[in-house]
Write a protein that binds this ligand. Structure first.
Ligand code: ATP
Ligand code: MG
Length: 208
């Protein structure tokens, strides 16, 4: 049995059509079912549907052979025990810094700034590379609020259209990383299930 870990939420909406294209369909609808494990039309293939941030962990420890997850989640996880097999080019967005409109153009190099983000590792790496002294404050959601109430000077968050930033009077500044969905595999599964995984990678690659 091969297990694929799927990220729930917005990635799932774009993942299911892609799986359909390569002939894989879940027997229950993950958007209405409360199940966590989903049988598919293939007897030897099942899917688990979990939080995007948990997908790399399931795959790292071999609880799932394969996973579909955003690059943002991979960067935070660190990629230990995982192989990144394919850029699926879905759920494309950008990890960016953003500041209040009134702060655009202010120099950040001469002081220590506070940054609110869910993406602590990516942010730390970015500010270090820029030579900017940053105190990173971990949040789990609504990063846009932090600069508005004085919790942080700026944020690092995913930006697609920028409309959420705009609604909160924030302006995207610098690119931290280009993000899209990746197919990942457990390192041991890559050896044991090599044939099946290689076939799936080829099929998916045709439909990207
Ligand atoms: P929650 O929002 O419930 O706290 P979450 O942030 O893990 O959970 P989503 O918001 O569905 O779940 O995001 C999951 C993944 O979707 C992200 O890790 C990222 O890869 C991708 N994603 C998030 N926001 C966008 C966006 N605006 N455009 C494209 N892809 C995005
Ligand atoms: Mg979210």
């Amino acid at each position: 049995m091969i297990t694929i870990a799927l990220s729930k939420g917005r990635i799932l909406k774009q993942t299911l059509p892609l799986l359909e294209k390569v002939g894989i369909s879940l027997l229950d609808d993950p958007f209405t079912s409360r199940k966590l494990i989903f049988a598919t039309n293939h007897d030897d293939l099942q899917c688990v549907v979990i939080r995007a941030t948990d997908v790399p962990t399931y795959v790292q420890f071999g609880a799932a052979d394969l996973g579909i997850v955003g690059k943002d989640g991979l960067l935070e996880h660190g990629g230990e025990g995982l192989a990144e097999l394919l850029d699926l080019k879905i759920a494309q967005c950008r990890l960016m810094t953003a500041v209040p409109a009134a702060a655009v153009g202010q120099l950040r190099h001469d002081k220590r700034i506070r940054v609110a983000t869910k993406y602590v590792k990516s942010a730390q790496r970015y500010y270090q590379a820029q030579g900017i002294q940053a105190e990173i404050i971990k949040l789990y959601g609504a990063m846009e609020l932090a600069p508005l109430v004085g919790l942080a000077d700026e944020i690092v968050d995913l930006v697609e259209t920028g409309s959420t930033l705009k609604a909160n009077n924030l302006v995207a500044q610098d690119l931290v990383a280009d993000i899209s969905c990746r197919l990942i595999a457990n390192a041991a599964s890559m050896r044991v299930q090599h044939k099946m995984i290689a076939k799936l990678v080829d099929q998916l690659a045709e439909h990207i």
